[in-house]
Write a protein that binds this ligand. Structure first.
Ligand SMILES: *Cc1c(COP(=O)(O)O)cnc(C)c1O
Length: 404
């Protein structure tokens, strides 16, 4: 029986939250009250949204909305089981076949999220005698997958293929398997992994080559086929991961590769085996999204037009947008690097008051001293909205001493 004198064993968490408050990096969740769109209402305030991953505006695309509604009417709201027991519906198979055709690979498996796709794949593939050669800025889901696998992790300097090759060379006489892994586009900096050089290194040492294209699908390559297509390294990347949660507009992650590799994941990837399959509406939405990528290339064109404009103007204002001489980011993600976590969070709050949502991101999501506002362009921002956002960034940046 609980007694009044029972002490709270979770009180240490309150202490830790107090520490965050003292540091200035404590945050509240901002709550969206209408659709995820270029201009929308958070916490009762209408703002220009520079923070979503909704690159192509597909979260509210009429064809996707209709596909979700139709699938719900036809098949109900849930799948009722994990994929391996009774939860594989025809529409799940259709989606996987569609993605495999789009990516021009033998086979594809869809996971509940991009996070589980990475973590489930890496941990299923390797064991404690194996080696993972991983970019220092790879996504947290890759890092967790590496840890779960118990393989030895050799980190290489960001985008440094020569260092990756050194790491591979250092274990070339060890019997374990080697996996070389990189993000296609890095989520916090918006720069692109050096795929051709990494493929060379992987081939030289017989390593498995894996790329996480979460931020590149729908953004880079023909019709958004990702970095493999962008660099024309078809056939040289064994494992391609992507997400259905960003440009695709819904939810999920996928893994593409050879038929045997995908069949192996059916048998061994733990999120696939132990977590329920997507509702049919999500699968239907994603099928419609890939149709849109193929049939409405103007969305990607608009995304890039906005990206070039916004990045150029941000640089002209004098913000630190990464890189030394030229901007590091080559994609719709442009960081405004502030450095100090507390100042970054204050900057974000002031921007919000003036009608711009630019979320502050601090440690541990980015390294200490590299706190930033991460901006993301979409195809649905208008030039007027971008100009207005740039004006707010300039005014607030000057007022707070971030701009000279
Ligand atoms: C967002 C992201 C993921 C996770 O995808 P979700 O579908 O949101 O779980 C994985 N890898 C990278 C690089 C990401 O940016």
């Amino acid at each position: 029986m609980p007694t009044a004198t029972r002490t709270n064993p979770l009180s240490y968490l309150t202490t830790q939250l107090d520490e965050l408050k003292a540091k200035g990096t404590y945050f509240r969740l901002r709550v969206l009250e209408d659709e995820q769109a270029a201009v929308c209402t958070f916490d009762g305030k209408k703002v220009i949204n520079l923070a979503s991953n909704n690159y192509l505006g597909l979260t509210t695309h009429p064809k996707l909305r209709e596909a979700a509604l139709e699938a719900t009417r036809k098949y109900g709201v849930g799948s009722g089981a994990v994929r391996t027991i009774a939860g594989t519906m025809k529409i799940h198979m259709e989606l996987e076949e569609k993605i495999a055709r789009f990516k021009n690979v033998e086979a594809c498996v869809v996971f509940q999220s991009g996070f589980t796709a990475n973590a489930g794949t890496v941990s299923a593939l390797l064991g404690k005698d194996d080696f993972i050669i991983s970019d220092e800025l790879n996504h947290a889901s890759i890092i967790d997958g590496c840890r779960l696998s118990r393989a030895k992790i050799l980190v290489f300097r960001h985008k440094d293929a020569a260092h990756a090759e050194e790491q591979l060379a250092s274990v070339k006489d060890q019997p374990g398997r080697k996996l070389l892994i990189t993000d296609g586009v890095f989520s916090m900096d918006g720069d692109i992994g050096p795929l051709p050089a990494l493929c060379d290194a992987a081939e030289k040492y017989g390593a498995i080559m894996m790329v996480d294209d979460a931020h590149s699908s729908g953004v880079l390559g023909r019709n958004g086929r990702g970095t493999i297509d962008h660099f024309k390294v078809h056939g040289r990347v064994d494992i391609q991961v992507g997400t259905l949660s960003k440009a695709i507009g819904a939810l999920g992650g996928y893994v593409c590769g050879s038929r045997d590799f995908i069949e192996f994941l059916y048998h061994r990837a733990r999120p696939f085996l132990f977590s329920t399959a997507h509702p049919p509406s999500v699968a239907a939405t994603c099928i419609a999204a890939f149709d849109v990528l193929e049939r409405e290339p103007q969305l990607m064109e608009k995304l890039w037009e906005n990206t070039h404009y916004f990045k150029k103007e941000l640089g002209l204002l004098g913000f630190n947008i990464g890189g030394v001489t030229t901007p590091a980011s080559e994609t719709p993600i442009t960081p405004i690097i502030i450095g100090d976590g507390k100042l970054t969070m204050e900057f974000s709050r002031e921007l919000f008051k003036e009608g711009v949502l630019g979320t502050g991101i601090a440690s541990p999501t980015v390294p200490e001293g590299k706190a930033r506002i991460r901006t993301i362009m979409t195809a649905t921002h208008t030039r007027e909205q971008l100009d207005q956002a740039l004006d707010v960034l300039k005014q607030v940046g000057k007022r707070m001493g971030i701009l000279g």
